[in-house]
Design a protein around this ligand. Sequence first.
Ligand SMILES: [Zn+2]
Length: 322
Amino acid sequence: MNCLICEKKDNVNFLSDFRLEIREDEKYFSDAKIFQCSACDFSFVSPMPSNEKLDYFYEKVYRSNGRPPFLVSENFEDQKKYYLEDKNLSYISYLTTFIDAKRIKNFYDFGGGNGDIGHALKKKFPKINLFCTEGDEYCEKILDERGYKNIKNLNDIDKKFDLITTTHSLEHLSDINSIFVKFKEILSKDGHIFFEVPNCTKEYFDGRAYDSPHLLFFTEKSIKKLAEIHNLEIINLSFAAYSFADDHKYQRESQQEYYNSRKKIISIFNLKRIFKKIIPQKIISFRQDFIKMKSLRKDLKLDWFINNSGDNCYIRGILKKR
Ligand SMILES: [Zn+2]
């Protein structure tokens, strides 16, 4: 099979079985294996799940309550505060170090959930117009309140953007070259692309608890190949966030948390049936969700996002047209 970056097959070999985050996702990622192109130091899933399965998974399943990544509560007031968390502030300080934000007229976020980055930028630079492509129905209300125009079909975009951001989305795609062709098409002449993805070196693969729902696995070398193929200049590449060892630890904890909560739900099921007329079930699920979020989010401190040591589990960068 051919590498999804260089499109050659000479250097592609089987790397590993695909590890599922939760067993229930088997139906979306059946028969998946991971292959690696040594020329690009890039790994990818094969066979890829169908677009129909992926669309359904991201629209209806991925951010639903009570499953990893546990970052969504139905409490909109809580969600609206996340743009001020250290992780998002680190994005703003990184971006404004390399980009003159006063020159951004049109901002576009590809797959950015609630659109925290654009929302935070607009607080400081109110003239920015916000656009995004986000298919997740759990994000729609907040995007709307924040003034985003959500263009669900990429082919309907008729604008050029001065800043395109995509954080933790590219690794979920089943193809990489076509999205970069699109980004270049909708990027203004002097515009920038900002991305962040997991840093998937050998240290990542050794000891990770799961891969799903990620389908593409980038490294510094694969980003450089991608930039070269698409004739993009790299303004900066940096490593960010916690160590691989911590990443693996959080993966295991989040997986365990999910399975523990399933067990609890089963054991209190009968109790719930008896009390369901007295205690509305929604209140119970809200509370559980809130506790989960707090326990996971307390560690996302600013210094973890500016280490840049190479032993970091994310890689981020800024690209522009040559
Ligand atoms: Zn390759």
